[in-house]
Ligand binder design. Sequence first.
Ligand code: CDT
Length: 301
Amino acid sequence: MVKMVLGGAQMGPIQKADSREAVVARMMELMRQAHAQGVEFLVYPELCLTTFFPRWYAEDISEFDHYFETEMPNAATQPLFDLARECGMGFTFGYAELTPDGHHYNTSVIVDRAGEIVLTYRKTHLPGHAEYDPERTHQHLEKRYFEPGDTGFGVVRSDGMVMGMAICNDRRWPETFRVLGLQGVELVTIGYNTPSQNSQSGDEGLEKRLYHSELSVTAGAYQNSTYVASIAKAGTEDGHHLMGGSILVDPDGFVIARATTEEDELITAEMDTERCAFGKSTVFNFAAHRRIEHYGLIASQ
Ligand code: CDT
């Protein structure tokens, strides 16, 4: 069982013109603040090295390969890995990955306190569309630039706790949390870039968007008796607004820390994995109570 301080490093906007080095400097500043507050594991958002480029259309998708990382760590991110090792801090962050054999993924990694990548996750649920859609108020072309991830939802026992990852739209699917929950997860980390308006019903409103994000994450935490860190990249990127609303959630589904800005902002809370054990051994003792003979439809269509 592990007691520690968990940190969420919400990021403010990243403009097209911002360099990787400038973004990593911001990430390092958040990590220094986190270290000063005793944080031992820090969660950054989805695609946090670049602007949320799937909002832009490129006829030839290779025009956007410059948004992708071909190795990790690389020259731009090595200082972050080095700082984390100095601080003895584990962390997770998201980036666009271009593999040596030419696959494009929306990826996140968990890095342990020794600075080693111990788990890689490639986003499963890709929202949006693959072709330019003139009917939408803004484009969301994740299906154009990324392939569905090939990793599935794995977990790793690292720095004393069982951790797993999901990325943005994955948080809206209960299957994401349950597959992680079935592997005994104690901390689910989620980074997101969520436009504050729905591109197909422009008047939906920020309040509803924030509520649906929180509803999905708090339910996932409670129903799987796990901590969840759900961390935004927020604010206005080249005229396009992303919602904030980063939260840390306990295994009862309560929000235990919440960001109040749309800027770079650190949130922290104490976690104790002992608190996951109660739910996992009682109401959500999966081995005792689930009736899988009735769940086949979920995985067959
Ligand atoms: N990045 C990401 O997955 N964003 C989606 C927006 C959905 S609207 C096409 C989300 O679920 O927040």
